[in-house]
Design a protein around this ligand. Structure first.
Ligand SMILES: [Zn+2]
Length: 215
């Protein structure tokens, strides 16, 4: 009896150990690269962070066949005076653009039900995460022609598994640093939920069920 218990228990422990160490290795394998934006693209934060806003960004309107060149995206931020704290590339690489202790300019005008003090001030209370992605035809037509959208390769539309994996890891780290952010869908929101009249991102192709937050 004792022996058979050991025969089962010891290999189980071994497998469990392997799974845990693989998970740790996996977590550390996600590359984070610094790609700081100029200081005029952000400002000092004074409010308590309570939300995370998810966005998509690409250069598809100008380069539909090469929409994810990192330097091109960087230039979009610089030229428009906008910013986000992080950007997650198609391969899951996380780019660090603005310090979390600064306010990034990603949310713009909008509001959330029941939170009047947040009206048009979401940047002050949030961390912005951009995913390099392109939405559906209808979501993209406000910013590009049908002809341009047709030039985009199918694999460049929507989100990648690597992006969901990195996003979950990044969110975990943010939750650890900010107990003030509740880990639910009221506080981890899309730009299209904050500004539904103006914004289409992250859009219908983003699968919220893949985020490890409460619904
Ligand atoms: Zn956005």
């Amino acid at each position: 009896m004792k022996n058979s218990f050991l025969v089962i228990f010891v290999p189980c422990l071994f497998v469990l150990g392997l799974v845990i160490s693989l998970a740790i290795v996996q977590e550390h394998k996600i590359p984070i690269k610094n790609l700081y934006l100029p200081s005029q693209n952000s400002k000092i934060r004074t409010k308590v962070v309570t939300h995370v806003l998810i966005h998509f960004i690409s250069d598809a309107a100008i380069k539909p066949q090469n929409p994810y060149n990192i330097q091109d995206i960087y230039r979009i931020f610089v030229n428009t005076g906008t910013s986000s704290h992080y950007m997650i590339a198609r391969d899951g690489t996380i780019y660090f653009l603005v310090g979390e202790n600064r306010v990034a300019f990603h949310a713009g005008k909008g509001e959330l039900p029941g939170l009047p003090t947040y009206k048009n001030k979401m940047n002050e209370y949030s961390i912005g995460i951009e995913l390099l992605a392109i939405g559906t035809r209808n979501e993209m037509l406000p910013v590009m022609s049908e002809k341009t959208y047709n030039l985009i390769t199918a694999k460049n539309i929507g989100y990648t598994d690597a992006q969901y994996r990195s996003l979950n890891i990044l969110l975990n780290r943010i939750f650890k640093r900010y107990p003030s952010i509740k880990r639910d869908r009221k506080h981890i929101i899309g730009h299209d939920e904050y500004a539904p009249d103006r914004k289409q991102d992250p859009g219908n192709l983003f699968d919220w069920s893949r985020l490890k937050v409460l619904s």
